[in-house]
Write a protein of this length. Structure first.
Length: 350
């Protein structure tokens, strides 16, 4: 993860009782914010619509061929410079973008698009307070638009104002479900504040019609189980997570991620099962399962084809790690995965 004190790093710490998360990649988040539509009356509108360049360097070269100078042309150059960042030839794209932005502000100080890009540029370069002020100005001008709220949610998150971030993300997600990034942002903030159930709920609200459905379900599985104490009553979350992983196979989840998630679920289940025999010191026994009296916890339950028993979970983990080893891209990774499989294999006479 990116460092928390640089332009690429956001708030990476959790509130008391929250879940520690990797810092938000601020630069990537800034460049992923919605891009203002091109003004159709701009003299370069047609030219800009026909650009097919893929890399920032190619785009900058193509923009030099414009027949006219215009604000939209300068804004497109500005964005390309921000995307370029520190170029391979040592060129400082962000520095050049800030210079270009200063020049545009001198001529178009009241244009909301210039103010918007001041916020984007400030986030890219790590000036979070300036970014928040810029996006707040755009929000004042367009209070009904979701894009400024989304940008303010990012700013609040990287500034550590998690309550404000949650409210901005919630407003965007509940009013316009096409902004799936707001759902991920809301889930991330809820996890950081300890609201694991709320995070899972919002991730599971991403509809199957969304191209981000699979990513949201994967995140929901991990939100249920990551950083959980095996002394917690986890059986229902383990069942729900296992069902979601099984369902994801039918929506195109690739084999590597499917087996990785299987290992996460079964590994968490094994830790939980082993802890039932040794309760945490001072902890009162809880309703671990609905098994019959005298039966082991989770008796009769199967998770991803494996019985909820120590032997069943170990065989399931061994099987998934061996499948991951077959899919590994390097010999070193393959050896490590085979060693993990061997460590989980139950002791047998053969």
């Amino acid at each position: 993860p990116a460092p928390a004190n640089g332009a690429e790093g956001g708030a990476g710490t959790a509130q008391a009782g929250g879940i520690a998360l990797a810092p938000l990649p601020t630069r990537r988040s800034a460049l992923a914010l919605p891009v203002p539509r091109v003004d159709p009356t701009d003299p370069n509108a047609g030219f800009l619509a026909g650009l097919l360049a893929s890399s920032p360097a190619d785009l900058l070269a193509a923009l030099e061929g414009a027949a006219h100078d215009s604000l939209e042309l300068r804004l497109r150059k500005l964005r390309a410079l921000l995307e370029q960042g520190e170029g391979p030839d040592g060129a400082d794209g962000a520095g050049a973008a800030l210079d270009a932005l200063d020049a545009m502000e001198a001529r178009h100080a009241d244009d909301w698009r210039v103010v918007w890009y001041r916020g984007v540029a400030a986030l890219v370069t790590g000036d979070r307070e300036t970014a928040a002020l810029a996006f707040d100005a755009v929000y004042d001008a367009f209070p009904g638009e979701p894009a400024p709220k989304l940008a303010l949610g990012v700013c609040a998150e990287v500034l550590g104002q998690l309550d404000n971030a949650a409210e901005y993300y919630r407003l965007v997600w509940t009013t316009d479900p096409s902004y799936v990034s707001a759902a991920f942002g809301l889930a991330r903030v809820r996890l950081a504040t300890g609201d694991r159930e709320g995070a899972v709920q919002v991730l599971e609200s991403v509809p199957e019609s969304s191209i981000h459905y699979t990513a949201a379900r994967v995140a929901a599985v991990r939100a249920r189980l990551r950083q959980r104490s095996p002394h917690e009553p986890l059986l229902e979350d383990l069942r729900a997570a296992a069902e979601q992983v099984a369902d994801l196979e039918h929506v195109g989840l690739d084999a590597v991620r499917r087996h990785e998630l299987t290992c996460e679920v079964l590994g968490c289940a094994l830790d939980w099962l082993l802890c039932q025999a040794v309760p945490a010191r001072g902890a009162a026994p809880g309703p671990a399962s609905a098994s019959a009296p005298g039966a082991p916890p989770g008796a009769g339950v199967r998770l991803l084809g494996s019985p909820l028993s120590e032997e069943g979970l170990r065989f399931g983990l061994e099987r998934s790690y061996r499948m991951l080893a077959r899919l590994a891209q390097s010999g070193t990774e393959r050896i490590e995965l085979v060693e993990r499989a061997n460590r989980f294999r139950p002791r047998t006479w053969v």
